[in-house]
Ligand binder design. Sequence first.
Ligand SMILES: NC(=O)c1ccc[n+]([C@@H]2O[C@H](COP(=O)([O-])OP(=O)(O)OC[C@H]3O[C@@H](n4cnc5c(N)ncnc54)[C@H](O)[C@@H]3O)[C@@H](O)[C@H]2O)c1
Length: 467
Amino acid sequence: MKPTMADAIIVSMSNTSQAVLPKIAQERLNRLEARTAKIGVIGLGYVGLPLSLLLSEAGFKVTGFDIDAKKVTDLEASRSYIFRIPATEIQSARQQGFTATVDFAHLSEQDAIIMCVPTPLTEHREPDLSYVENTAKAAAPWIREGQLVVLESTTYPGTTEELMIPVLEAGNTQGLKVQCAGTPSEHGVFYVAFSPEREDPGNVTVARRDIPKVVGGHEAIATELAAVLYEGIFTRSVRVSSTRVAEMTKLLENIYRCVNIALVNELKLLALRMGVDIWEVIDAAATKPFGFHPFYPGPGLGGHCIPIDPFYLSWKAKEYDFNTRFIELAGEVNEGMPAHVVQYIAKGLNQHKKAMNGSRILMLGMAYKKDIDDLRESPSLTVIELLREQGAEVLYNDPYFPTVGRGRHYNLNMTCTPLTNLDQYDCVLIMTDHSDYNYREIVNQSKLVVDSRNATKGIQSAKIVRC
Ligand SMILES: NC(=O)c1ccc[n+]([C@@H]2O[C@H](COP(=O)([O-])OP(=O)(O)OC[C@H]3O[C@@H](n4cnc5c(N)ncnc54)[C@H](O)[C@@H]3O)[C@@H](O)[C@H]2O)c1
């Protein structure tokens, strides 16, 4: 007996070869499997640009969309604006047909659209979903029947269903609706899924394609389409039952990291008082073959994810009269770390009979972690502010930042200081343990080194203050 459309939706989507899909979905699926599909990526930043290049390398015809005309101009001229992406990769992608545009009308030509736009916090530390909302509004008029729309931006469970889908439906001039479970349709629908980005910038131990891609559709067809799309560039995709599960998976991963970092940060404060080397303790504990995963203390959290994402969940939890106590406590401990670093600089200066006020401090590392060119939410920015408040003169060196201008929360207007004549500074402060630095040389040349990263591990010197 010929399967009905309802049967088609119910059929197990994990076995696509046997599943009977509506024709509009089947056509998309075939193109995705054959990698002849056209893919639009909206938001060409740290997530969207590498993703576009991966898709292009796999043979997909990729169009990148951004409201930042400068990024589009750079890409059209095969220039890179992300340190770890060489221009040659953009040139290769362009030879594969990769283009970039600010014109959202071209979205209508795509088989699938992936959104990778920012999800920061507002001044009041609440989720700022304006980028997701604005992108959905701009995309809505160009959505076409059978298209797949995937959100990758990190956010709280419910964003895709409660915010993105209503905006896409309301702004769609063709009156298209998202495909829902149990409402089989051959016409008038598009498909929606959520799939979090799990990249760890600067981590070279795992190839990006070997990080499994979690995919949750609004219903089963969307899950399948998105999973097949990502299987074109990732070794494995992990299908989950809903967009909410996929959204919360990413938050769990980042909260787990945030809470564990807070734990070691707090234990570091205790270990310092006890005269115990916390890094040695962690290394010893990490030899246990099960039940322990090492996390390392530092001068505070940074980046677009760990300091921000947990608060997306704690905000949403309030809707359910629920307090996420671990998240709040971890936030409190981690946010106190820059002040702890400043306290240890004062301690170090004091040992040299110097006051903070009027001292010259060279900060090594602006980036929030080693070997990357990203200073979003970097604790270095907070430490500069705190030191200046106390009258110190702060200079910086970072091979990844020739200059530091204006950001969402700072306006520094600073230029990278060469790493010479280190004895002219009252204190050299290690904030980021970039691999490029020769720490032994730095200690030799400096009067006082305050090390917030254990970068001077193994170097014995009375000049070093570890904090
Ligand atoms: N950077 C990371 O390592 C990382 C890792 C995992 C997850 N994420 C998440 O991925 C998302 C994107 O982060 P990112 O680091 O790539 O941000 P980003 O700021 O580097 O890039 C975002 C891009 O989106 C563009 N944009 C903003 N509004 C737009 C609009 N309305 N239409 C088109 N383009 C628009 C911006 O111009 C920018 O180029 C965030 O939700 C972030 O939390 C980031």
